[in-house]
Design a protein around this ligand. Sequence first.
Ligand SMILES: Nc1nc2c(c(=O)[nH]1)N[C@H]1C(S)=C(S)[C@@H](COP(=O)(O)O)O[C@H]1N2
Ligand SMILES: [Mo]
Length: 526
Amino acid sequence: MDTVDDTAVVGTRLSRPVAMVVGVLSVLVAVAVGHLAGGLINPAASPVIAVGNSARDLTPPSITEWAIANLGDAKKALVFVGVGVVLLVTGVLAGLLSRRRPWPGVAIAAVVGLVGALSVLDQPSVPTAGVLAPVAGLLAAVATFYRLHTAATRRRPAVPAGDEPESAARRRFLWTSAGVVVGAGAAGTAGTLLAGRNDATSSRAAVGALTPGTPAPPIPPGADFASVGTPRFLTANRDFYRVDTALLSVPQVRAEDWLLRIHGMVDGTRTYTFNDIRRRPLVERTVTITCVSNEVGGPYVSTANFVGVPLRDLLREAGVRSGADQLFSTSADGWTAGTPVDAAMDPNRGALLAIGMNGEPLPIEHGFPARMVVPGLYGFVSATKWVVDMELTTFGARESYWRKRNWGVRAPIKTQSRIDAPRAFATVPGGRVTIAGVAWAQTIGVAKVEVRVDGGRWLPARLATEVNSQTWRMWRLDVDLAPGTHRAEVRATDRRGQTQRQERVPPIPDGATGWHSTTFTVDTQS
Ligand SMILES: Nc1nc2c(c(=O)[nH]1)N[C@H]1C(S)=C(S)[C@@H](COP(=O)(O)O)O[C@H]1N2
Ligand SMILES: [Mo]
């Protein structure tokens, strides 16, 4: 029988429920103390965060890609729930296997501690001392396990079940357990508060205004059709799409601690501080950046005024040796990208080491204090956020993060167009219907956008004023449509005369193709 009675608590063998409680509470202590130690040493040394990040790197790319592209902030919760379930099961198992003697539970704890330690050592941004965090968690867990285990198994002078001393023993066990829960909660909260003490928010606030010596030309009034449903030409920072592998915690790099090293196949290694960069003449450029994992019609495209220094100037200072074809950049959290050197050096393309975005220092999620922006290339080969290292090398010598996961080597952004209005499955008033959206063909420019309804003739859309060839271009078309359901399709043609391919290919390895379409209903005229 599995009913909990008092003998279960004071016997030499733990009842199943008590054993599970002992195991789960020990796990809770491990996590909380590890998190506290992480808060003291380095936030990314917190075992849950480290294990979550390792789990991400070990997960099949098809799943992580899908999660990064589709889950938004929910992926963080998903990783926590996943790690939480694994830990819960481990705690339950450790408890159940240790009903008589504590050593099987201790052995399991040691294995879990080892996994935590290996994960921490695997985090590029964490100093080796970070390994103390899982070790502290492990020691606290083993101590808790022993304490609760002995509290629960200690033999009392033989008294019949239900008598006072045993309920007292049981009460003591419950109180000890409650104390463990409260202590773990306090340690975990303290860990989070301590981690926050070193975040980059105050550093970012202290940067102040970044005034470009060469501002971007003002955006002309006719650059978007926002009044009929296209996005605004410049995307507000809070609306700017975000894609990165920083699932659990965004790197917190303080401007005063930031260093950028340019090395490898160069005449001389160069190192820059944030002040070195901000004191240079700053330029502002309006650029549309795009994610390779954007599906046809998807949201991973946004436009901002980026402020920074030309990447070309920094690379020329270091002196790129001939033969170097890859600019291999690394972020503070160990993510890497490989950019063709010729794209990074191309004066017409105007790649930046950016420190500002839409009149502010870079938001932390968008790479504070510095990131790369290379017009015309998908983000995964060019847009390294929290960038700290640039190595001049060859594509043969080093493979970047997504390249290792079978995405493309060279990834120019493909010409695309998207219908934003009417929204999919919307019902619009009868009469004149406005179909509107965006198109992009970075570095080349959009020459023409055409729309057809219900498979009819292609009709040329009206194009908004062009800002520059590195940005998206809005379009609109007004058509008379009969009441009922309609399907609109769009295709763009770039300035070289290349029209988007109709054939649908998925984003992997180097970007989706196909024409976006939307189905909507026109109301009967009233
Ligand atoms: N450090 C780091 N930089 C990164 C990434 C990342 O995962 N880590 N993702 C890249 C990808 S895939 C894209 S599309 C862009 C997105 O930049 P955004 O989040 O500012 O829109 O950042 C790039 N830079
Ligand atoms: Mo991306």
